[in-house]
Write a protein that binds this ligand. Structure first.
Ligand SMILES: [Zn+2]
Length: 429
């Protein structure tokens, strides 16, 4: 649950939504439902925000909305929760005193400019903790986050120069992050911090991790250790692990802690803009509105990657389906539609009845992939070679390895064959 700011309402407005219900300083956004507190603390459901598969945004009155008028302002909600906020603040400060005063460890506060880390930084200041605050430059942060880190004087941790930035890495490696292959978290987020500090230092990290965030995090205690640290003498302290999201926001509003503009735009997270495969259509519509340049640049990268790698054969989807949603991971559908085959045929200058033959082929010799499943042939050159050598009417295909064995070709000879057929103008390749 996070506050609804006028910026988010501006976004809804420009998508043609009726926002005449908006009142400054009293509404909350919770999983795409606009909510509010009635005087006394009862939560009421007001409007539902929906994004369809074509990224159209709509706002509808919630079925539970009975036309409430006596709504609490944020200030009134803060007042009603004053004792609770004092109590959690004092517990967190006690925890910081216990671990961070009179310690001989070097204290490192990691701050992403997100809401949780801003609260930790504020509490550490209040507790008089002598710490260094670092902002991890993922190279996928939007300008607002970078500027906020700079404004607050946070030191910077940069990724390993051998990877360059995220976009350079994607360009050079040709790898698109998906939900099943998140190289970016390791290369641009987790590893740089571990590599930055001398392994022999005795460190104490302050983290804004909260138990409520996920089932994995629900088991965390006050002190944590990251398996990536190995046998380094490092510990993590979690001063706000028991806070709820509402606690965080009420405390931020009560204390006047700086809010990253992304939350005001309607985002629930500030990290890794645009290209994180874990985001959903509710984030993509925000990206398209607030960061059109970055949004289009990323979709352009996805489009070129799709065409270059003939991903029609891998995903069974069209370019538009891929850049709109399918890129985040997994085969889009088990069989290609006519649209998919048509588009593949068009881009590869093939007749449709030939184009169809490239889809969902498996090695007839029973070869298996690394997961022990039948080996699907996704490489256009391999599929083309089958038809070139055995005729376009063949029904049974073989994998590259089996073909090379059958013809006694080395990798170099294979490459030369493919090259020769292409040069002869064979459209199959
Ligand atoms: Zn095979």
């Amino acid at each position: 649950m996070q506050p609804v700011y006028s910026e988010f309402v501006e976004f809804l407005d420009s998508h043609g939504c009726d926002t005449s219900w908006y009142k400054d300083g009293q509404l909350w956004l919770d999983n795409n439902i606009i909510k509010a507190f009635k005087r006394g603390g009862q939560v009421v459901w007001l409007f539902r925000i929906s994004v369809d598969d074509n990224l159209n945004v709509t706002v509808k009155k919630h079925s539970k909305n009975k036309g409430y008028t006596e709504l609490e302002t944020w200030q009134e909600t803060i007042c009603r929760n004053q004792d609770h906020l004092k109590e959690i603040e004092s517990k967190s400060i006690s925890l910081l005193h216990e671990y961070c005063i009179n310690t001989d460890r070097r204290i490192i506060n990691t701050n992403s400019t997100g809401k949780d880390s801003m609260v930790v930084t504020h509490l550490a200041n209040k507790a008089g903790v002598n710490c260094e605050t670092y902002f991890n430059v993922t190279t996928l942060d939007v300008a607002e986050s970078n500027q906020m880190a700079k404004r607050n004087g946070f030191k910077h941790i940069y990724p390993d120069p051998q990877y360059g930035g995220f976009y350079k890495y994607v360009h050079n490696s040709g790898i698109i992050p998906t939900r099943f292959a998140r190289f970016c978290c390791t290369y641009f987020k987790e590893r740089p911090t571990v590599d930055y500090f001398p392994a022999e230092d005795r460190l104490l990290f302050l983290f804004g991790i909260r138990n409520e965030e996920s089932s994995q995090r629900s088991n965390y205690e006050d002190i944590t250790k990251n398996p990536m640290w190995g046998d380094r003498d490092w510990i993590g302290v979690l001063p706000i692990r028991k806070w709820t999201e509402l606690d965080i926001w009420l405390y931020i509003l009560a204390e006047g802690i700086e809010v990253n503009p992304k939350y005001k735009y309607g985002y629930t997270r500030v990290g890794c803009g645009i290209a994180c495969p874990y985001y959903t259509k509710y984030t993509w519509v925000l990206d398209r509105f607030w960061y059109p340049y970055l949004y289009n640049r990323w979709r352009d990268i996805l489009k070129h990657d799709f065409i270059d790698k003939n991903k029609w054969l891998v995903m069974n989807c069209t370019i538009d389906e891929y850049i709109l949603k399918a890129w985040t991971g997994g085969v889009y559908r088990p069989e290609p539609t006519d649209d998919v085959i048509q588009e593949y045929a068009q881009y590869n200058e093939l007749d449709e009845n030939i184009a169809e033959k490239y889809f969902n082929r498996y090695c007839e010799n029973g070869c298996l992939n690394t997961r022990g499943q039948p080996l699907k042939l996704k490489d256009k050159a391999t599929l083309a070679m089958n038809m070139k050598m055995f005729g376009r009417d063949i029904q049974k295909f073989k994998c590259k390895k089996c073909l090379m064995k059958e013809f006694g070709w080395s990798q170099d000879q294979w490459d030369k064959q493919v090259c020769d057929f292409k040069n002869q103008g064979c459209k199959l390749f």
